[in-house]
Design a protein around this ligand. Sequence first.
Ligand SMILES: [Zn+2]
Length: 465
Amino acid sequence: MSQMQYNKKGWKHLTSSFAAIFLASLPALLFAQGTRLELPKNKYQVEDDLELGRKAAAQAEREFPLLRDGEIESYVNQVGQRIVDAIPAAFQHPQFRYTFKVVNAGEINAFALPGGPMFVNRGMIEAARTEGEMAGVMGHEISHVALRHATAQATEAQKFQIGSILGQIAGGVIGGGLGDIIGMGSQIGFGAGALRYSRKYESQADILGTQLIAKIGYDPRDLANMFRTIERQGSRGGPEWLSSHPNPGKRYERIEQEARLLGVDSSRSGDSAAFRRIQQRLRNMPSAPARKPGQGQRQPSSGEGAYSGRAELPSSTYRQMQTNRSQLSVPDNWREFRGDTSTAYVPEGAYGQQGITHGVLISAERATNSDLRRATEQHVESLLQGNPYLRQQSSLQGTRLAGQRALATTLAGRSPITGRTERVTLLTTFVGSDLFCFTAISPEEENQSYQSVFQRILSSLRFLR
Ligand SMILES: [Zn+2]
């Protein structure tokens, strides 16, 4: 609350605000260790993380141009090892090997693979304002590894019988194609985009990342600042990092709260002479090579997915289904796949590692904007990023969805899965503070027969309050 608000509301409120602030600072005294985290449930062995990470790292090294510069590499490695040394005993896995490589790419991005291999784009180092900002993102990434989030997320996904998810992760962590339901909030063909962590895991990585960098002397607010820098780059059309690390909500507030819990004051400086030397060294180098088309995009391999070319025809009998936000009726031969924020209903032969070719996708995610049009535009934007083959065909049109004011648009493009033109219809509305999205997908040439199916599903849709 700003000083101005205090003044306007007067003396009485000033006191109560003061009391609230005082109370809020108490936990910092009581729990100077910060929030206690637990390892998420995981049915995989530590060795599985290692195996996945090894495969994905080998693939990353084939696909991404590494920056081979002893001085820069050893600097990034030093910062990384200091963070690793700060990992609490409960999250140390002796078999893990944390390694740090620098990718000669200008995008602000970094990723860490299960078991420890980490790749930091030079763009991340160049965009950071201080060493603390760079360390913050590395701390966040290292936290995902230490908490074994990739296999924990696979453990959760397996509850929904998605099949050989381990293979999917091995292929999908980098560069695209994690064909499971986890990441499909805004992706139809799970095409481009890395493993998308759930909000729950994002929040955990923010908290542990804050604890790690605070322990070795940085101000955790640097982590929050770096996220803001990444977001700003995102608005220019390249939020690659954010698409795999979605904002779990109140991200900055939570990091700042954790910093207070840890008793970190904001007088720490994350700057270092070494960092500035490395930035200067990068500036004196030729700029990063432009990404070749298709680079970082995984080539589909044989034997994955269950695409039949032609999906099983929709049954004429429907069954009622329920998601956490809605109920609706779908053909009773369609399968249900549930994710964190979305649910898909898909005929046999129409889903696989790269996404779905026929069916509907229901999702509800915290709206990014309180204006429906703006929130929908942002959703369409991320949809296009996740599915770069699509183009928006029409502007947003007003319509109704379950009796509510809604917007609709269509997208189309040549599906990389079927090689045929795919048509996507998107309807959006607000349910509480969530943006609810109904997405219908079918090949253009089957559009006519699917339109009536989609219509029937739409007319059965009701929101649960
Ligand atoms: Zn993350």
